[in-house]
Design a protein around this ligand. Structure first.
Ligand SMILES: CC(C)(COP(=O)(O)OP(=O)(O)OC[C@H]1O[C@@H](n2cnc3c(N)ncnc32)[C@H](O)[C@@H]1OP(=O)(O)O)[C@@H](O)C(=O)NCCC(=O)NCCS
Length: 152
């Protein structure tokens, strides 16, 4: 059985390994323990037999915008609906917070389209969105696609 829940401090090592294996391939931004501990309350995890097999976070940007970040499913557990469940949970949280729009910066365009996300010109995103990007090795030549969904 797969349980979906908020992350705990003790999950950080496993979350970091999950994310950083994709980061090494250039698919995601790498995360440090520091950023994970600081942001742990934003994270949800999918747990199967006490092992974390999926994760994702909802980061609030401003009064009308949140970002889905750090979405990753264990390579051996992909295409089983786990990513979908995590995204649905994060979108529900956005609705609960009365946040009307959620965006993602991603290479997984077709995955996000399944939820109704639409591609948006990155220039239309508020400057605050790029705060974290300054630390990315790709900055300022980001090739990720910005996608946005109205949830409110
Ligand atoms: C992207 C990712 C999170 C998807 O998780 P997943 O558990 O494999 O996806 P799901 O099984 O929930 O898929 C949900 C739907 O999207 C489809 N889908 C999954 N990955 C897809 C992809 N890369 N492109 C297009 N469609 C995809 C599935 O076929 C499924 O479609 P259906 O509902 O019509 O059957 C996962 O593949 C992953 O961890 N990728 C590497 C890290 C990454 O790129 N993260 C995104 C950072 S923004």
């Amino acid at each position: 059985m797969i349980v979906y829940r908020h992350a705990k401090l003790s999950d950080v090592e496993e979350i970091m390994m999950l994310i950083n294996q994709y980061a090494e391939k250039g698919l995601m931004l790498p995360r440090t323990r520091n950023t994970l501990y600081e942001g742990i309350r934003e994270f949800v995890v999918a747990v199967e037999e006490e092992r974390i097999i999926g994760t994702g976070s909802l980061h609030i940007i401003w009064d009308d915008l949140a970002e889905i970040r750090a979405l990753a499913v264990d390579p051996g557990k992909r295409d089983k609906g786990i990513g979908r469940k995590i995204v649905e949970r994060l979108l529900k949280e956005a609705v609960g917070l009365h946040c009307p729009q959620v965006f993602a910066l991603t290479y997984q365009v077709d995955f996000f389209k399944k939820f109704g996300f639409e591609i948006i010109d990155k220039e239309q995103m508020p400057h605050k969105v790029w705060k974290e990007c300054i630390n990315c090795i790709k900055f300022p030549n980001c090739d990720e696609i910005a996608m946005i969904l109205k949830v409110g």
